[in-house]
Every structure is written in C-alpha cells, then in structure tokens.
Design a protein around this ligand. Structure first.
Ligand SMILES: *Cc1c(COP(=O)(O)O)cnc(C)c1O
Length: 369
C-alpha cells in the first residue's frame, strides 16, 4: 500500500464483508439482518458502509437520530431505516424522508399518530420498543393495551416490528438475567400479536446477542460492533477483521537529556537519555487524555512506543528510544497488531468508545472497495 503521509483512518471494506458473512453464518438463513450504522457507522464512514451493505443485500439499517437517517437518504440509500431514538420535534422530517421510528413511549405514540394523520399517512411503518430490563427506552409490559387501543381501527400506522434490547448480552455472569429478558419479550410480543390481530416481526439481539443467544434471533438481528470487527470476546475477535485502521506518521524526533521534561505541565520527566517522536494527532482527533502518561502505546514497525506526558490537542509524544525509526515513518494507533479493543483497554474504556471518538478532522481513506 502507498504511504499515508498524514493521520489517516483506513476503512477496509473487505473486512466489513468478511464480518457480515461471519455473523450471518451463525444465524438461520431466513433471519433478517439489520446493520447499525449510527454515529457515522461507529466512527468510520456511514455512507460508504451503508452503500457497501446495500450491495451485500442488507435487509435493514438503524441509526440513532433522524438527522443520521436523512444523511443516508440524501446519499441515495433506499433500504428501510429504523431510527432508534427519534425526537418528536423531528417526526415530520422523519416521515418526509421515509424513515421508520422506534416508538417507545405512550407520549410518542400519540404524537406520532397525530402527525401521521396530519400528513394523511396509511399504514406508516413503526417499530414498537419494549423495555425488558435495560431500563433505558421502551414501553412497559402493561402498556400493551394502551398501544392496541390507540392503533386498533386506525389506518395511519402499522406496527412492522416489535423489539427489545439486552442489558448484558456480552456478560456470561448475567446469563440468567438475559434469559429472563428473552422470556419477557416473548410473552409481550405474543400478547401484542394476539391483541393487534397480526404478527409484526421481532428482534432483540445485538452483536454479542448473536454470539451468545442465537436461540433468540427471532425474525431479525441488529449488529453494529461485530460488522466493524469486534465481538466483546477474544475468541470472536480472532475471527473478525477490524474495519477501521488508524495510522499516523512521525512529524519530528527529539533527543532528550536526563531530567528534561516533555509536553504540557512537564508531565513526563526523563530518567536518562531518551528519544521521543511527535505525532500529528491529539485529543481533538479522538485520542483522549486518558491515553497519556504511559497508559496507551502505538506501534512502529510492530514495536510498542508508549505515549508519554499529556496528550495535547493536536499532538502526542511517544518514547522511541529503543526503536529504529525516522521522521515520516508510519505509526499504527489501532487496527493492525493492536486492536481498538486493546488500545481502548489501556485507557479503561471499550472499542465502541475509541472507534466513535475519531473526529471528522481525521482523513478517511477507503481500501479494498
Ligand atoms: C447500538 C445498538 C445496537 C448495536 O449493538 P452492537 O453491540 O454494536 O451490535 C443494537 N440495538 C440497539 C437498540 C442499539 O442501540
């Protein structure tokens, strides 16, 4: 591959395709697959990812907010798009762009019904979300009658799916809780079907759910992190491929004498002769201050170079004393030999957070398209 020359987030579409087929292989053939592309496809490139997934035959997309769905529609994405967390103020725009809301509260159901009526909609698709234990968003079990009363004999809305979300799908120690959530969801959806008089399709599993509870795949699953190459499990990670690879280069090399300091607040003090390199990325690019002061490291020619001192807004400094390298050489932050999960762990966080943190200032380059 040609030299990057600048801080770059490489986005590997063959890795994406590999991850998709890997996850599909763990499911029944007829199970629908929803690709979660919220937060710019977990910090990568939402439009490119969505277009690739459409070419691969994806059934559904999900985003968190209406404005994300509008970006997809404006880019020509035609597949159904579920908006997981829409706000009533955006309901008009949502309908205008044929986006499909998650309806999670009595208030939102009433407001959406009014707007759908106003806009003379017939059978507008909605997805009814139930809370089965995450206690974040969703109707309660005893809201079924309210929902049915408001939808019965009304033509504006059609419940196309009913769904819920596991609180701890990656946590083996919480298996009994997850199984209870699954049972609760089954019970609610049966009651809803019976009272509605038709059977919306059902979905409950995120990536770790697909891995750990395939028996609860129902008619569809929703995967985000798995598509991007992470499974919250070392054995699964080994079978997935990271889509996002963050690389940068060495801007400048310094020779540091004993007892000198490096960076703001003199946070690093050398205990001998050191060689340091300055890199063109900092907390404004998504590398938070938590990675500083030897918590995190980057790789040069496969060797570990710790981040020393405080992370600056546009730069970090690393210790390259024992690494044979020069200005302009390539540096891997994560995605190659060091996974985003491992890098994140060094700062006490998770792959989801570091991936979605990489700011728009970092150039995205698509590879293997
Ligand atoms: C973000 C999200 C997902 C995707 O979860 P992953 O762990 O990334 O697969 C699925 N469902 C809901 C409701 C979400 O908010």
């Amino acid at each position: 591959m040609s030299k990057i020359g600048d801080t770059t987030l490489l986005i590997d579409l063959i890795a994406l395709e590999h991850n998709y087929w890997f996850l599909k292989s763990r499911l029944a053939q007829e199970t629908k697959f929803l690709a979660v592309v919220k937060a710019f496809a977990y910090g990568s490139d939402m439009i490119t990812i969505a277009k690739k997934m459409e070419r691969l035959g994806i059934d559904y997309f999900a985003v968190a907010y209406v404005k994300e769905g509008v970006l997809l529609r404006n880019a020509g994405i035609k597949s159904p798009i579920l908006v997981l967390h829409p706000q009533p103020v955006n309901f008009g725009e949502l309908i205008h762009h044929s986006l499909e809301p998650s309806i999670y509260s009595p208030k939102n159901l009433k407001l959406f019904l009014e707007i759908a009526k106003d806009k003379k909609q017939i059978d507008y698709p909605i997805h009814v979300k139930f809370n089965t234990g995450l206690n974040r968003l969703g109707f309660w079990e005893n809201d079924v009658d309210f929902i049915v009363e408001h939808l019965r004999d009304r033509k504006e809305l059609k419940v196309v799916s009913v769904f819920s979300h596991l609180a701890a799908s990656e946590d083996a120690s919480e298996k009994p809780f997850s199984l209870t959530q699954i049972e609760t969801f089954k019970k609610i959806s049966e009651e809803l079907n019976q009272k509605l008089g038709y059977a919306p399709f059902r979905h409950m599993l995120n990536t770790s759910g697909i891995i750990n509870y395939p028996e609860a795949q129902f008619e569809m699953v929703r995967s985000g992190i798995g598509l991007y190459g992470y499974g919250n499990d070392k054995a699964i990670d080994a079978q997935l491929k990271p889509v996002a690879i963050l690389k940068t280069i060495i801007s400048q090399i310094h020779k540091i004498e004993p007892n000198e300091s490096v960076g703001y607040n003199r946070a690093y003090k050398s205990d001998g002769y050191k060689i340091t390199a300055t890199l063109p990325l900092g907390h404004a690019d998504g590398i938070s201050r938590q990675y500083g002061n030897q918590k995190g490291h980057v790789l040069i020619k496969g060797r570990k170079a710790p981040i020393i001192g405080n992370v600056c807004m546009d730069m970090i400094m690393i210790d390259i004393t024992d690494i044979d390298c020069k200005e302009g050489d390539e540096v891997v932050v994560f995605g190659q030999n060091q996974s985003a999960e491992d890098f994140a762990e060094s700062a006490n966080t998770i792959s989801y957070e570091i991936l979605t943190a990489i700011s728009p200032r970092v150039k995205r380059v698509i590879i293997n398209s």
